[in-house]
Design a protein around this ligand. Structure first.
Ligand SMILES: [Zn+2]
Ligand SMILES: [Zn+2]
Length: 337
């Protein structure tokens, strides 16, 4: 079974945090946290449509400039999400540059910013044609956990405590479509680009009685085609299974309230990326700095019954002790100790 999202941490666990989540069948990606992006190619950066910034400590937000630099001069819409004061932080970044020539550019870059507060969401827009000045007063919407909903996935957020607001994030795929080899064989079909169109048609949720034409090239390079009713084809070759859930929790203190919220957010995730900044023997320091220990991270993963946990964002004081941090988190995850 191939999941539709393939998340990968951009940097090693001692460097800036950030999760790059490319889509399997589209030239598109999501980004959780906006730290040092230098390890991502321009090709990958250009796939990013939505960026979710957990909080604006420098290690989580310094990549803003690199992304903006690359997107400038292109026709592009990019969506940024962040916690309280995020609109002001983005505006401060944008207003620190001089934009006197930008209205002459042929292309328009639009930046849509969503600020997540405890009970509401604020939305603001900026575009290069207006020298990135805000377009009127921000739009206000209620906030009840969901911050993005698309055809086949959604993103949920919860506000956690890091002495400032820090948002925890879950990406939830609605369902995934897996193609069965037996089904293809039975119908005499071969894999090819048509499968992508087929999946698109199913994700689109339109009329299942519509015609769907399968076109492929056989071994002798002859183009072949066959017509189906979409729902019949789906029944023969597709297995629909629940989608993946990917949760990302960065800087938070291990308070009972935070732990409960983190566990609720991460519940039954296929994979949980969670900060494990300190060893549990240095718990006092972790508390003072509003971070989790590796043990606390492992316990969150265990309570949330996640299938896989990836601890990350280690304090630089543990250089060379990566194994200890991972081991402490894994022991807590597996045995609850
Ligand atoms: Zn932080
Ligand atoms: Zn951090």
């Amino acid at each position: 079974m191939k999941p539709s999202f393939h998340p990968k941490l951009i940097n090693d666990s001692f460097s800036d945090p950030g999760l790059f989540i490319p889509f399997l069948f589209e030239k598109r990606a999501l980004l959780f946290d906006l730290g040092d992006l230098s390890k991502l190619s321009a090709r990958d950066l250009l796939k990013i449509s939505h960026v979710f910034v957990t909080h604006t400590h420098m290690d989580h937000f310094i990549g803003f400039d690199a992304l903006l630099r690359l997107l400038l001069g292109r026709d592009k819409e990019v969506y940024l999400f962040g916690p309280s004061d995020f609109i002001q932080k983005v505006e401060a970044k944008l207003s620190s540059y001089t934009w006197n020539l930008i209205e002459n550019y042929e292309n328009t870059l639009s930046i849509h910013v969503t600020e997540i507060k405890r009970e509401k969401i604020l939305k603001q827009r900026y575009n290069s044609r207006d020298r990135f000045k805000p377009t009127g007063a921000p739009e206000e919407l209620p906030f009840a956990g969901n911050i993005l909903s698309e055809e086949h996935f959604s993103v949920n957020a919860v506000i956690l405590d890091h002495k400032i607001d820090c948002i925890g994030l879950s990406l939830i795929e609605n369902f995934s479509i897996n193609i069965t080899k037996e089904g293809l064989k039975e119908l005499g079909l071969q894999v090819g680009p048509w499968l992508r169109e087929f999946k698109k048609a199913i994700y689109g949720g339109g009329n299942s009685k519509q015609n769907f034409q399968v076109v492929w090239q056989d071994k002798d390079k002859v183009i072949r085609e066959k017509d189906f009713i979409l729902s019949d084809l789906k029944e023969k070759i597709a297995m629909i299974s629940p989608g993946q859930k990917i949760t990302y929790i960065a800087d938070i203190i291990g308070s009972p309230e935070n732990i409960k919220k983190a566990v609720d957010l991460a519940q039954d995730s296929n994979i949980l990326f969670i900060e494990a900044a300190f060893l549990d023997k240095d718990k006092d320091m972790a508390q003072r700095k509003y971070h989790l220990t590796a043990r606390e991270a492992g316990l969150v993963a265990r309570k949330a019954r996640v299938k896989k946990m990836t601890p990350f964002h280690f304090s630089p004081r543990y250089f060379g002790q990566e194994k200890e941090l991972i081991q402490e988190a894994m022991t807590a995850f597996r045995s609850g100790t």
